[in-house]
Design a protein around this ligand. Structure first.
Ligand SMILES: Cc1cc2nc3c(=O)[nH]c(=O)nc-3n(C[C@H](O)[C@H](O)[C@H](O)COP(=O)(O)OP(=O)(O)OC[C@H]3O[C@@H](n4cnc5c(N)ncnc54)[C@H](O)[C@@H]3O)c2cc1C
Length: 301
């Protein structure tokens, strides 16, 4: 059997694409190895009608919606390779060596992130330390916060967080990433900067209490934010020859079409907007419409 579309990745982008294609009566398999970037967090915010759901609940509800459409299957497989079988069909290979043929591919694999190099930071990430104030700023509003950043996004992020809490210290963990002029501007707003290296974070059950520095000083903070480095989680887009921007995100048009015919992308992995569940879901819908529209045109040739 040749699928109409294989969707790689079952986050909001891939799930939304599956729903739209199922409703368009297309034969689809969604492959998902269930390792989304937001799995660490307890609650997701900002998706209208779903504000405060857990990432697991969000997925379960999406699977329930999709299960109404019999032409869509969800398989818990990792896709390790995609190649062209011929000019109109792709071959996908799973980690178990099974192969599937499909006319179109939607890459919705999300991104992989690396956190600042601070001992124990993973214990707090998604619980009291987050990466996006739109997602989790409300829960941390008016608290004493820390921004831990080792890259040039620090200045922008500090200004942004100020909207949620004015009690903010920026920690650069031994890096010189904020210019004198930027530091002055932050200082005028009462935001201080500490460039000492962080020895460790301290607290319990993921709730931050203190940041401890290598010079022996420490600072009480009840939560905060980090800036992360993001990259493609695998080589699929590269190996297919998809054009990417300087941040490694796949360049797509308004209907999710990449530079490679038959390959579409949606969600964090593509270039369109900020990293948000609702934006990824919308991009999944657009890519599904791109796929269905292109298949329809081909069928009427
Ligand atoms: C800590 C944290 C908290 C967040 N909180 C919020 C929030 O409150 N509100 C909000 O709007 N956004 C939030 N976000 C951002 C949001 O999670 C992302 O923008 C969104 O999940 C991106 O959706 P996606 O479908 O592109 O990718 P993802 O949700 O990352 O899903 C990608 C899926 O593809 C799978 N996959 C990857 N490669 C393969 C492969 N080769 N084969 C098969 N499957 C594969 C992955 O396992 C994963 O399940 C948060 C992010 C983080 C890190």
């Amino acid at each position: 059997m040749i699928l109409d579309c294989a969707i790689i990745g079952g986050g909001p982008a891939g799930l939304s694409a599956a729903l739209v294609l199922g409703r368009a009566r297309r034969k689809v398999i969604l492959f998902d190895n269930e390792q989304p970037r937001n799995a660490v967090t307890h609650k997701s915010h900002g998706f209208i009608t779903r504000d405060g759901v857990t990432p697991r609940e969000f997925r379960d509800l999406a699977h329930q919606d999709i299960s109404k459409y019999p032409s869509v299957q969800i398989k818990k497989f990792k896709i390790v390779e995609v190649k062209r079988e011929n000019s109109s069909v792709f071959k996908l290979i799973t980690h178990e060596g099974k192969s599937y043929l499909s006319k179109k591919i939607i890459i919705a694999t999300g991104l992989k992130e690396s956190l600042p190099n601070v001992d124990g930071i993973k214990d707090y990430y998604g619980k009291s330390i987050f990466s996006c104030p739109y997602c989790d700023g409300w829960e941390l509003r008016e608290q004493p916060l820390v921004l831990i950043s080792e890259n040039k996004n620090a200045f922008h992020m500090a200004k942004l967080i100020y909207q949620w809490s004015k009690d903010l210290v920026v920690c650069t963990n031994g890096n010189k990433i904020i210019s004198e002029a930027e530091a002055q501007l932050l200082k005028r707003k009462g935001i201080s900067i500490k460039e000492e290296r962080i020895l460790k974070l301290s607290g319990s059950d993921g709730k931050l209490e203190k940041v401890v520095f290598e010079d022996g000083t420490e600072m009480n903070r009840s939560g905060g934010f980090i800036t992360t480095e993001l990259e493609q989680p695998n080589d699929l887009a590269n190996s297919l020859g998809c054009e990417v921007n300087k941040n490694g995100r796949i360049i797509v048009d308004a209907l999710g079409r990449s530079s490679v015919e038959g390959v579409y992308a949606a969600g964090d992995v593509s270039v369109v907007g900020p990293s948000q569940l609702i934006i990824s879901a919308a991009q999944g819908t657009c890519a599904a419409m791109g796929v269905n529209s292109d298949l329809t045109m081909e069928e009427f040739k």
